[in-house]
Structures are given as C-alpha cells and as structure tokens.
Design a protein around this ligand. Structure first.
Ligand code: XBP
Ligand code: MG
Length: 262
C-alpha cells in the first residue's frame, strides 16, 4: 500500500453546506431578476441535485418541469446568462458570511498541512465560487493552501464522471493510491471511486439517505473536540473526530469489506 500523500476535497456539501441556503437561494434570485416565475423549494432542489452542475441543472429542470418554456434566443446562452447571475448572487451571500464551513473542516485542513499532506480540490462548481468561499469562510489567502483547485468546466464531464479527479491527480502528479478523497454525495463518491480513490464520505443534509457502497468510511461530520462525529459505516477505531491519524488508518485499510456491507 502506498503512503498517503494528498487529500482531495469536494466543496459543495463537504467543506460547507452551500446548497439549500446558498446555491438554491441564488438560483431563485436569478430567476426572479430575469422575470421568470420559477421557484426551487428546498425539497425540489434536493431532487434536482441528482444533476450536478448549475447549467446542467437548469437545462434538466426546463426539459422535465417546464417543457413548454421558450427561451428568449439561444437556450444555451440563456442558461449561461442565468447561471452567471446565480453565481453573482451566490458570491454576494458568501462575501456576507452567510455560508460557514462545516465542523472540523478548518481544523483538519490545518492539521493536514502541519503533517505535510498536500491539499487539492476537485469540484463541480466554478473556480470563482470556490475562491470566494475559501476567502470569506476560511482565510483571505486560503486558496493558496491548495496546490490544485480543479473546478467546473475545466473538464468536459462533471461528477459522477471521474474526469475532475483524473485532472486533479495529473496536476498533483500522484497516483490514486497516494491520495484520499473527501466527498459528501453519492455522485461525488462515484466520481472518486471511478478514478480509483479511497474515499471518506461526510454526509450533508441532502445526502444522508443516499447509499455509499465502496466508501472507506461514512461519517455524519468531521467532528470537533467538543462535537464528536458519528460513524455511519466503516471502522474509525475509537476516533471521535477525523484527524490525520484516522485518515491514514482508513487509507491503509481494506475498504472492500465495507463496500459489501454498505
Ligand atoms: C455540486 C454541484 C454544483 C452546485 C452548484 O456538486 O452539483 O452544481 O450545486 O454549482 P459537487 P454551479 O459537490 O459534487 O461538486 O452552479 O456553480 O455549477
Ligand atoms: Mg458535494
């Protein structure tokens, strides 16, 4: 078994709960500003999250929920415009500090750096959204903590395709065996597994009922010293939170066993 050299983090749902009170609200603001009477409820948005990528999600919504909708002009350009507006609203919300990091994220990122692990991001959302979140929720220069930020349209096929992880591994010049992915969703897990990565899943509000066959460990959160995590599937030993020792443990253990039970 190779030594663990790098951690590759998903963003939405993993570093922060960005969806229900972030992207969803921003989508609705963009629809209203464009004079369109669509509203994505918390529940509907949960269904729409099956489609990763904001532009892809809008197209899926039109095709399945608004088949009679006629876009003013080219549909692709119309969707791209809506998505740009959505991201501007999202950036405003992030800058206002409305999207805090999840428990244990900052602690683990600092500990991992101290332990000499390299850090990277592999996400479906845009680079601008990631940089805004890191700057406002973590530290002004936190984007520089990550050697590689692979995001959005840098690859042709979004998660659950493995492309964004392949891109990240190539940029890190590491093999999948030398890395561990951290994800919150079934689509993210599929993407990481398809790239050959062992994966820790930290479930989020929208994903806790999903199935995570193949994950090395599934927990409800990364945990803090005063806020113990709960292990959903797998073996974290006696750990009450995810730290570097736990990551090394799950990286070196045989996850096939866990996959059978999940
Ligand atoms: C996140 C997504 C994204 C966000 C919005 O998936 O599916 O589409 O909802 O991002 P993951 P954009 O956490 O697996 O990366 O609107 O910027 O595409
Ligand atoms: Mg996610």
């Amino acid at each position: 078994m190779s030594e663990l050299k790098a951690l590759i983090f998903d963003v939405d749902g993993t570093l922060a709960d960005t969806e229900a009170n972030g992207h969803r609200v921003a989508f609705n603001k963009a629809f209203a500003a464009a004079g369109i009477n669509w509203h994505w409820s918390v529940e509907l948005y949960g269904e729409l999250l099956a489609v990763t990528g904001g532009k892809e999600r809008i197209l899926h919504y039109i095709q399945n929920f608004r088949p009679d909708f006629l876009a003013p002009g080219d549909l692709g350009e119309f969707i791209a415009g809506l998505h740009l507006a959505k991201n501007a609203y999202y950036a405003e919300m992030v800058a206002a500090g409305e999207i805090p990091l999840r428990p244990g994220v900052k602690r683990l990122l600092l500990e991992a750096q101290y332990a000499g692990l390299r850090l990277a991001i592999a996400t479906t959302t845009s680079l601008e959204n990631v940089e805004a979140l890191l700057e406002h929720s973590l530290e002004v220069d936190a984007a520089s903590w990550f050697e590689v930020i692979a995001a959005g349209d840098m690859v042709a096929a979004k998660k659950p395709a493995p492309d964004i992880y392949h891109y990240t591994l190539e940029a890190l010049n590491l093999s999948p065996e030398e890395c561990l992915a951290v994800e919150d969703s079934a689509n993210g897990l599929r993407s990481a597994l398809a790239a050959g990565l062992k994966t820790l899943v930290t479930v989020s509000d929208y994903t806790r009922d999903q199935r995570f066959a193949g994950a090395a460990l599934v927990v409800d959160q990364l945990g803090e010293p005063d806020q113990a995590m709960t292990v959903i599937t797998g073996d974290a030993g006696r750990a009450a939170m995810i730290d570097v020792a736990t990551l090394r443990h799950i990286h070196s253990s045989d996850s096939a066993r866990i996959a059978e039970r999940a």
